[in-house]
Design a protein around this ligand. Structure first.
Ligand code: SF4
Length: 285
């Protein structure tokens, strides 16, 4: 069975336009707001992002404020969201915008892609939502919806699959590019949900979905995981002196770069062994 993908465009746009836009970053299509919210949402649930987004915008309401904020203050604002390189890249990109674009967000997909921390997905989201440029924004939700519509058994974790789906969507982008992209993402979040039975009876594109017709929704999307998570054993030292506690700054690069941690060694050690050598570890109180 073959499905013409373009048939889903109209129903998705109409469906999305009827949805309530209650999230703070959906109140307008201001590119700075779209950008920050999309970066926050990359690794974090919508519910959790709400309070971070509101506080971030209150503290740094403009791109200029973001470019000038100290790293300490920025990381404090980001505390709890994790993946701190996202925050650092936001600041780097804000400085690039100040220096190369006179403080105004670039208005095309190609220019947005040049900024730090902005990849194809984020560039597509900003360009389509804020400027109606006809480019797709393919995230995990979109991959799932399109794979199910087409009953594609390709592994959605592979870059080639993403590339292929991006290409297919590029060919059918409508004038209302932002509403179409946001509609696809929202459909994936609310209706064509992962890891359980999708709510097909409520889906505006059910008549065009092959996975639904052929009862394949529990098999699609296909995700073949290759790598196992690496588990690292550490011994962490809690060194107290009355009300003070020892901490140290992490390396400048890598995971949690430049953040503070309790002194530690990468191995499981006995109570005596490393503790006796503890003075060799650098730390401050
Ligand atoms: S009909 Fe069901 S499986 Fe198909 S896109 Fe809609 S929710 Fe997803």
């Amino acid at each position: 069975m073959k499905q013409e993908l373009k048939e889903i465009v109209e129903p998705i746009v109409r469906w999305y336009q009827k949805q309530e836009k209650i999230l703070p970053w959906k109140q307008d299509k201001e590119p700075y707001h779209v950008w920050v919210s999309e970066i926050m949402l990359q690794q974090t649930r919508i519910e959790a992002v709400k309070k971070y987004y509101t506080r971030f915008m209150k503290t740094l309401p403009t791109i200029q404020d973001l470019a000038n904020v100290s790293e300490e203050k920025l990381l404090k604002l980001w505390e709890g969201l994790g993946y701190y390189s996202r925050a650092r890249n936001l600041k780097k990109a804000a400085i690039q915008i100040e220096e190369n674009y006179k403080g105004k967000m670039p208005t095309s997909y190609a220019e947005l892609l040049k900024l730090s921390g902005i990849g194809e997905y984020t560039a597509g989201a900003i360009a389509s939502i804020s400027y109606q440029e006809k480019v797709p924004a393919v995230d995990g939700n979109v991959l799932r919806v399109i794979s199910r519509v087409l009953a594609s058994k390709e592994d959605v974790l592979l870059p080639e699959t993403k590339k292929e789906i991006t290409k297919k969507l590029s060919e059918i982008m409508p004038e209302e590019a932002g509403d179409f992209n946001e509609g696809l993402m929202e459909l994936g979040e609310k209706i064509c949900i992962p890891n359980t039975i999708p709510l097909c009876e409520k889906c505006p594109i059910q008549p065009f979905c092959i996975a639904n017709k052929e009862n394949l929704t529990n098999e699609i999307p296909v995700r073949i995981k290759k790598q196992k998570r690496r588990i690292e054993e550490k011994t962490v030292f809690i060194v107290k002196n009355k009300d003070e506690i020892a901490i140290r700054k992490r390396e400048k690069t890598g995971i949690l770069a430049n953040l503070y941690e309790f002194p530690n060694v990468i191995r499981r050690s006995s109570r005596g062994e490393d503790s006796r050598n503890f003075k060799k570890l650098e730390y401050t109180i």
